[in-house]
Design a protein around this ligand. Structure first.
Ligand code: GLY
Ligand code: MN
Length: 343
């Protein structure tokens, strides 16, 4: 029988149960179900009680759970039943889901445990790190092939479509909506590709991530044509400098906000304080945005096995935008960059 690669996370959940003096924890979030069991399922409740862990789902998915996670005890979700006075739940539930749970347990007290579950996913297992590396490697390959297909006269939408087709052919599609920005459109950091034509003389910003084996990838690169002006080139140099400074500083023990500050200060010193309006990065896993969030005020300490992005950017409205994004895994003494495309 296969061994359970998520046993440590389930044990940690049992510890949360006793630490918070709960009688039960219900986990329903798809990403959390995936991270605690390996099962991808949109109708499941993982019930953790002092007597053990019980996976609930419906008829459609029971054979898959038997096959994928033979260590799990499985029960029909319609027959979920347990006694509890204090129940831990994820506040990301829909109101309808919460009301249904309340109806089952009208006298129970409900306690928010969302952060406890989300935190379990911050440090990736060796299998997850391998999956994330493979996803980002494929992302590199797709960027290389798409880049070779881009030609003057194409619109942003057409360029995005090339990437999307490759992602479907070679992986499991997009981890998020592909961003392609020609020229000044890059000043909007999440610009939606439209009919703007690339003449081959404007810079192009591409932010893309393919999904593979259920894991996401994320990378941003810029095409810099010979015609790019002096100001654009200066911004590019500065953003690249901030990206490299943060990569050099990413190591175990540094707090998320401290790493964010490395890039933020670098850009501030060069006159781009206001122009870097988003956070430095975010964790990547079964979701494209997950903990740790590398942002001002986030106190999470970086640890080996955490995978996150480093993506400083400078945006000048109606003029230009540059973002350079890599995915990294924190190692014992620094970080390994998982994105290998040329910067
Ligand atoms: N690369 C898209 C994002 O991080 O929002
Ligand atoms: Mn990102």
């Amino acid at each position: 029988m296969k061994t359970n690669p998520f046993a440590e996370r389930l044990d940690a959940m049992k510890k949360t149960l006793s630490r918070k003096k709960l009688d039960a924890i219900e986990i329903r979030g798809e990403a959390n179900i995936r991270a605690l069991t390996g099962i991808e399922c949109d109708n499941a409740i993982l019930l953790v009680t002092p007597s053990g862990v019980l996976f609930h789902t419906d008829f459609r998915y029971i054979p898959m759970v038997h096959r994928e996670a033979p260590w799990l005890k499985v029960k029909d979700i319609k027959k979920i039943s347990y006694k509890a006075e204090k129940i831990g739940y994820e506040t990301s539930l829909t109101v309808a889901q919460f009301k249904k749970m309340q109806k089952r347990h009208p006298r129970a007290k409900f306690v928010d445990i969302l952060a406890d579950v989300d935190k379990l996913r911050m440090v990736k297992t060796p299998e997850e790190i391998a999956a994330l590396k493979a996803a980002e490697e494929l992302n590199d390959e797709i960027w290389c092939r798409a880049r070779a297909m881009f030609a003057p006269g194409m619109t942003e939408r057409e360029m995005a479509r090339k990437i999307q087709h490759l992602m479907i052919d070679m992986g499991e599609g997009e981890a998020f909506d592909t961003i392609v920005c020609v020229g000044r459109n890059a000043a909007e950091c999440h610009h939606v590709p439209d009919d703007t034509v690339w003449h081959g003389t404007e810079p192009v910003l591409v932010d893309m991530g393919v999904k593979l084996n259920g894991y996401c990838s994320d990378m941003t690169r810029n095409i810099v044509p010979a015609e790019a002006g002096a100001k654009y080139r200066q911004v590019y140099e500065d953003v690249l400098g901030a990206n490299m400074a943060a990569i050099a500083a990413a190591k175990p023990g540094i707090k998320a906000f401290e790493l964010d500050k490395v890039a933020r200060d670098y850009l501030k010193e060069r006159g781009w304080g206001k122009e870097f309006g988003h956070s430095l990065g975010h964790g990547v896993g079964v979701q494209i945005h997950e903990m740790p969030f590398v942002a001002e005020k986030r106190k999470d300490v970086l640890k080996p096995g955490m995978v996150h992005t480093i993506e400083p950017g400078v945006y000048i409205e109606n003029e230009l935008g540059v973002r350079i994004e890599d995915m990294v895994v924190i190692t014992e003494d620094g970080c390994e960059v998982l994105s290998h495309s040329e910067k």
